[in-house]
Design a protein around this ligand. Structure first.
Ligand SMILES: [Cu+2]
Ligand SMILES: [Zn+2]
Length: 169
């Protein structure tokens, strides 16, 4: 009986260590052409059977649908391009480890960092979860999550300006 209990405890500990490995919390800030602005909340992400589930708890964003992607570098800073400083450019392009060079949305076969659009309510809060079927929590390590000003059509429109960002280091 004593032996059985010890084995059971070991299994439970093993399971909890596994699930912790598939969880990431990302603090998000507004960004602008000067750099990083105020904090707007966090996104909790965890691995599920359906893919990476992202549960935002954000406020202070413009209402409506927004392009929402994993970008390649863990840096939310502004950067100059063609002589003009732009918000969040230091985050680089959409995360694309397979080098597809294609923006195709969460279900497509392009950038791995293409996630479903983030929906912001009329009060500026974002609480609706989204699931990115091809992503895992471990993919976020060393990268950033970016929210864009506009919608993403999973084809030609990537969402315009970068307005919020968080890094996973
Ligand atoms: Cu993006
Ligand atoms: Zn993309």
């Amino acid at each position: 009986m004593h032996t059985m209990k010890t084995v059971f405890a070991g299994l439970v500990l093993g399971a909890s260590a596994l699930s912790q490995a598939g969880v990431v919390d990302v603090s998000m800030n507004l960004i602008n052409d000067q750099g990083i602005g105020r904090a707007i909340g966090a996104i909790h992400a965890e691995d599920t059977d359906a893919g990476l589930k992202l549960m935002p708890d954000l406020k202070g964003l413009p209402p409506g649908p927004h392009g929402f992607h994993v970008h390649e570098f863990a840096d939310c800073g502004a950067k100059a391009k063609d002589g003009k400083r732009s918000a969040g450019l230091a985050a680089g392009a959409h995360y694309d480890p397979a080098k597809t060079g294609k923006h195709a949305g969460p279900l497509g076969e392009g950038h791995l960092g293409d996630m479903p659009v983030l929906t912001v309510a009329s009060d500026g809060s974002a609480k609706l979860p989204v699931t990115a079927p091809r992503l895992k929590a471990s993919d976020l390590q060393g990268r950033s999550i970016i929210i864009h000003a506009e919608n993403d059509d999973y084809a030609d429109k990537l969402g315009g300006a970068r307005i919020a960002c968080g890094v996973v280091k």
